[in-house]
Design a protein around this ligand. Structure first.
Ligand SMILES: [Zn+2]
Length: 110
């Protein structure tokens, strides 16, 4: 991996974290239990159902932020970044650009 490619991935991670934090903030508002208090019975049932969807999306977003922050650390400090943890092959740039937190190549991730 070239330095320029590393910079690209680094920027990608930063913008992805930013996007996810924004998303997590929005979901946190949506999952605020106080929202339910102001609703009538029917809307409350609806809100409870969508709350569970939002809760799941929120925890997925938080988990991905954690993985991306870890990738951000690794891209700076770990010379093994970009290499498959399983077979040691270089992980293709396209895969790292779409999933910078990937630690395995597509074959090994299967
Ligand atoms: Zn592999």
């Amino acid at each position: 991996m070239t330095e320029a490619e590393k910079t690209d991935i680094h920027e990608k991670i930063i913008s992805e974290i930013k996007r996810l934090k924004h998303e997590a903030g929005r979901l946190t508002e949506l999952t605020d239990p106080r929202v339910l208090e102001d609703l009538d019975e029917v809307s409350r049932m609806d809100a409870i159902v969508s709350k569970s969807v939002h809760d799941a999306a929120l925890s997925a977003a938080r988990q991905r932020i954690g993985e991306l922050e870890y990738a951000l650390k690794r891209i700076k400090d770990d010379p093994e970044f970009g290499y498959c943890a399983e077979c040691g092959e270089e992980i293709p740039l396209a895969r790292l650009m779409s999933m910078p937190e990937a630690t395995r190549c597509v074959d090994c991730a299967r």
